[in-house]
Design a protein around this ligand. Structure first.
Ligand SMILES: [Zn+2]
Ligand SMILES: [Zn+2]
Length: 361
């Protein structure tokens, strides 16, 4: 191009006038069929585009089903599982009593999941999640999808000036895991302390290995009891029962039918529980090559509809909220409420809800 700046400007302007559509077309992103219709079946199925990642209850807003006069409620922070569903954070819940939170599990996205719940439910909810109040966390088991948010639970509030050290409970191994996490982010904390003259308070965490059943925590708001359950090859896997001044909540974690699960849920107001499809198990992307292999593997980890019905009947729990749903199907057969329907067909009586992130119960 010409070295004369005036001539160069003229050439550029003329070029823009001559090919205005060409230059605009290059600037415009091409619309993506999947973005326009989230239910359009992707041409190629990988872990990122599995039917389980598709929007479930995309067509309803978050709900608040807690009684209006309730002193305690459960805020659903994340309902997901290991598949990277962009509409669901990893498993995490918070029991809120007198505007103070007690967390159960810390899946991927726990920190922004709190924000998501507050923005949808109304900003009054944020008084219950001020960064300094984030302290207590109860982990059901040590699978990564339930624990990968622990670094976030510890360090994100610290970045927002929380000086509250965390107290974390879980099956044997949690103490080791939390110790490693705190050590792993040491350089970050050192940098904050050097640069901003912050204290270490808020960046630390103590963890307690829980292997015995019974009361593991008590304060003015709640009593927490632990129960041993069965999930894969873990030697210890826990369900929790939270007794508050006005309600009882049970959290089953992941797992198959067990006496501990029934005991945790006995007479409770709500059981928060996972479930896995049995009818659609042939489409599961894991567990073996044949349907028989898949059934053997998957049903040693997760609760099929008929066993959820059994837990409901034997425990007398008043209602069930599904989280961590695992529904498998061929892409063309995908239906959003299929697992809920399968559970009802298996004989479930009484209230059962399929939670989405941000719900309150
Ligand atoms: Zn899980
Ligand atoms: Zn698990």
């Amino acid at each position: 191009m010409s070295k004369n700046p005036l001539l160069r400007t003229a050439v550029v302007l003329l070029t823009m006038l001559w090919w205005p559509n060409a230059s605009r077309a290059a600037d415009q992103p091409k619309p993506n069929a999947y973005a326009l219709s989230a239910f359009k079946i992707p041409r190629k199925i990988t872990p990122y585009t599995l039917p389980e990642n598709w929007p479930i209850h995309f067509d309803r807003p978050v709900t608040n089903l807690a009684p209006s006069n309730a002193k305690s409620k459960v805020v659903v922070i994340g309902t997901g599982n290991p598949v990277p569903n962009p509409y669901r954070n990893g498993p995490a819940l918070a029991v809120v009593v007198n505007e103070y939170p007690y967390f159960v599990d810390a899946g991927e996205g726990i920190w922004r999941g709190i924000s998501h719940a507050i923005l949808w439910q109304g900003e009054d909810l944020q008084d219950s999640f001020l960064p300094n109040k984030l302290k207590y966390l109860f982990i059901t088991h040590l699978h990564e999808d339930h624990t990968v948010g622990i670094p976030s639970f510890i360090f994100n509030p610290y970045k927002f000036h929380s000086t509250t050290d965390k107290a974390i409970f879980g099956p044997p191994g949690i103490k080791d895991m939390v110790g490693h996490i705190v050590a792993a982010w040491r350089k970050d904390v050192d940098e904050m302390m050097t640069s901003h003259k912050w204290s270490a308070a808020g960046s630390r965490a103590t963890a307690t290995d829980v292997s015995d059943e019974g009361v593991i925590f008590k304060d003015a708001n709640i009593k927490v009891e632990a129960f041993r359950t069965l999930h894969g090859a873990f030697a210890c896997n826990l369900a929790y029962r939270f007794s508050t001044p006005d309600r009882i909540f049970a959290f089953g974690g992941d797992g198959i039918y067990s006496e501990g699960l029934v005991a945790a849920a006995r007479g409770a107001d709500i059981l928060f529980m996972e479930a896995v499809t049995e009818e659609g198990i042939a489409s599961a992307p894991w567990g073996g090559n044949t349907v028989e292999e898949k059934k053997k593997t998957i049903l040693s980890y997760h609760l099929p509809p008929k066993d959820l019905v059994r837990v409901k009947e034997e425990s007398g729990v008043k209602s069930i909220v599904l989280i961590h749903e695992q529904y498998y199907s061929k892409p063309e057969d995908y239906r959003r409420e299929a697992l809920l329907d399968e559970i009802k067909r298996a004989g479930m009586k009484g209230p059962i809800h399929s939670a989405i992130d941000g719900d309150i119960y």
